[in-house]
Design a protein around this ligand. Structure first.
Ligand SMILES: NC(=O)c1ccc[n+]([C@@H]2O[C@H](COP(=O)([O-])OP(=O)(O)OC[C@H]3O[C@@H](n4cnc5c(N)ncnc54)[C@H](OP(=O)(O)O)[C@@H]3O)[C@@H](O)[C@H]2O)c1
Length: 357
């Protein structure tokens, strides 16, 4: 057997047909017309031109979309729609004309999603059967995984989310025939090194015990996501900005006020939460792979901690003297995202971003 595919979920009452069109060279094709459901076109030879009402024609596919200045409409199932990234993602995706179904646990969140023009489905990612039904019903092109379990500050809970939660979500995606999974990961679980890590640096599977749970959780999440035919793993830097831990009144502002942030040599990479959400939208059409989504300036704690303290109005932490940098605390390089994917963060430096907090 060379290949096998799970048939996609077909809602009750749905109808499918296959039509073959033979058009002679130079034929202008059909006049503009509407289709009531998803239509798939396979070109054997030649070129298919889509024409949006009021727009100019563009060849089918992402390249055509770019050339024609219009976006492909993507059906997105967004798990984590109410999270710190998800909340920003929903209006961005809807604003680009995509069809969004958000996974929520509370009816008030369902109402909020609908008010933005998205659909909502109630469910818990730990209910594997419920997830299969939810994803099948949404019949998405892309499953977007922005789930974490960090509100309680419990690392074990977040590891469980990365392993079991991701497993259920990916299983549901595969069962529904979803082609692409885009998932949130982190950019500080690379092996030790002397320069900011690129995406090809292995994960730090030999980490000490205090860090190993995170690394294994990430490895498990990423391995599951890679089972999808197409996938993008967004390895985010430390999120900062409104609603995150690194904000005025946020968890890290409190930690800093208690003297709990070390202004030492450990290097971190940051990303503004708006840039994190923007990258997730762009990842709908990025090639399969890992992408560090971080700003341009990985920095040691001795630089960013005092700036953060000033920005959030807490007494500056004395700068630590001496002390070795942890080898893994190296930051991450965004060169691939910037140069190959043309990703342009609105906040290229945490220095400006912190100052605006
Ligand atoms: N790279 C980073 O630095 C990074 C990344 C992510 C988060 N964080 C930090 O963590 C803080 C908390 O993150 P957050 O606000 O995104 O909250 P969170 O509690 O981690 O939840 C994230 C999302 O996952 C959903 N979720 C959690 N458990 C679920 C389950 N069992 N079934 C279905 N959905 C579930 C949540 O839904 P509900 O609304 O129903 O709970 C929410 O939509 C942020 O302020 C941020 O600073 C940092």
């Amino acid at each position: 057997m060379l290949d096998s595919q799970q048939p996609p979920f077909v809602p009750e009452g749905a109808e499918a047909m296959t039509v073959r069109l033979d058009l002679p060279p130079g034929d202008p094709g059909s006049p503009p017309h509407r289709h009531s459901g998803p239509v798939f076109g396979y070109m054997l030879e030649g070129e298919m031109i889509f024409e949006l009402e009021g727009g100019t024609g563009a060849a089918a596919g992402p390249a055509g979309a770019a050339a024609g200045g219009w976006e492909l409409v993507v059906r997105v199932f967004l798990a984590g729609a109410t999270g710190v990234i998800g909340r920003r993602l929903v209006p961005l995706l809807v604003g680009q004309g995509h069809s969004v179904t958000g996974l929520v646990r509370r009816s008030a969140d369902a109402d909020w999603l609908r008010s933005l023009g998205a659909k909502a489905v109630r469910g818990d990612v730990y209910d594997a059967d419920g997830m299969r039904r939810a994803v099948a019903l949404a019949a998405p092109d892309v499953v977007m995984h922005q789930l974490t379990d960090l509100k309680g500050g419990n690392r074990r809970a977040n590891s469980e989310m990365r392993t079991t939660g991701t497993r259920h979500l990916v299983d549901a995606a595969l069962a529904a025939g979803v082609r692409r999974v885009v998932a949130q990961s982190i950019a500080w679980v690379y092996e030790a090194g002397s320069v900011p890590a690129t995406e090809d640096v292995p994960l730090d599977l030999g980490a000490d015990e205090s860090r190993l749970r995170s690394v294994l959780g990430v490895a498990s999440l990423e391995a599951a996501v890679r089972e999808a035919p197409e996938w993008v793993v967004l390895r985010y830097g430390l999120l900062y900005g409104p609603g995150t831990w690194y904000s005025r009144g946020g968890l890290m502002a409190d930690t800093a006020a208690r003297g709990g942030l070390a202004a030492d040599g450990d290097v971190s990479s940051f990303v503004h939460v708006d840039d994190a959400a923007g990258a997730a939208v762009e990842a709908l059409s990025w090639p399969t792979g890992f992408v560090n989504v971080c700003d341009d300036v990985p920095a040691p704690g001795r630089e960013w901690v005092p700036a953060f303290c000033r920005a959030v109005g807490v007494a500056p932490v004395p700068v630590a003297s001496g002390g070795e940098r942890h080898g893994w605390a190296r930051g991450a390089s965004n060169e691939y995202a910037r140069k190959e994917l043309n990703w342009t963060p609105a906040w290229p430096s945490w220095r400006d971003g912190f100052a605006a907090l």
